[in-house]
Design a protein around this ligand. Sequence first.
Ligand SMILES: Cc1cc2nc3c(=O)[nH]c(=O)nc-3n(C[C@H](O)[C@H](O)[C@H](O)COP(=O)(O)OP(=O)(O)OC[C@H]3O[C@@H](n4cnc5c(N)ncnc54)[C@H](O)[C@@H]3O)c2cc1C
Length: 306
Amino acid sequence: MLTRSALIYLSRHEGLKDFATRFSFFKKLTTRFVAGETIDEAVNFIREINAENCTASFDHLNESVSSAAEAEKEVVEYLEILNKIEETKIRSNVSIKLTQFGLGLDPELAYRNARRVVEEAHRHGNFTRVDMEDSHVTQVTIDIFKRLRSEFGLNDVGIVLQSYLHRTYADAQELVKLPARIRICKGAYNEPPEVAFPTKKDVDENYIKVMQLLLASGHYHGIATHDPRMIEATINFSAREGISKDKFEFQMLYGIRRDLQRQLARDGYNMRVYVPYGKHWYPYFMRRLAERPANIWFVLKNLFKG
Ligand SMILES: Cc1cc2nc3c(=O)[nH]c(=O)nc-3n(C[C@H](O)[C@H](O)[C@H](O)COP(=O)(O)OP(=O)(O)OC[C@H]3O[C@@H](n4cnc5c(N)ncnc54)[C@H](O)[C@@H]3O)c2cc1C
């Protein structure tokens, strides 16, 4: 049986990535977690969920770019997304990854590229969320976010923290003071025990601690999880502390627990769905398999259904 860490290891395998994305045969695997290859396909899906009272966050898949030219294409894609959101009047913001804008080549380049997207989003009255990647880039991601936050408003740009990291509670304490809008999630990468809690129990406990800190801060944060226990803890804490439903949002990924997404929206909670699209689906897709290796059977069944 493939383990979580083996799947995450494979997600970084450049040869497999090229192989998988080159053959259209594999494309149908992705529909479980990816909304399509084009902006228009993602827009069609977002229209559907908007009609069910869910908002969205657009994500163009392409992390760890290997040239400044590729990073430039990513910026252009995001500028187009922002125009499209305005033109189609869908309710969606955008999520970006700094390695998509050249972080691995030069942090200054990533900052300048991210800044262009945040500035354009600001011009449109929209919001940019900086996703969090693996722990090698946690500090530089926070540093770039702080620079952006010093130049733009609370409602222009936000960041993500991961409850599996030991450092996250302290980061959350520091960032809420800016203030900053934070998405808390558990974390999707392979991390060593020196930096991350190895057991689910500790990751979950830390998640609840950070969620409580965020909600008590009085600013608008994103509680990103499909875990019914984390959701229940959030609902109970907010009810106990008199924090109304419009003061935070739940967030889930495209294709995961759509039933729960609909239910929370029907119950009057703000619900945002993260909508990834694009041709470079391989690492994202493999992380989704790693979170729940039972997904492999679902995927294989579909592949051979013809
Ligand atoms: C909106 C959003 C944005 C995110 N952004 C980031 C980010 O910037 N950086 C980052 O490192 N991680 C990010 N993640 C991923 C996150 O860190 C987790 O890896 C992922 O959400 C699984 O954790 P969980 O909270 O759902 O709990 P888990 O304990 O992993 O899962 C709880 C339950 O949810 C369901 N579930 C979870 N994952 C899957 C899956 N792949 N397929 C089917 N069912 C599943 C299962 O029923 C499972 O029992 C994001 C997640 C969300 C929802």
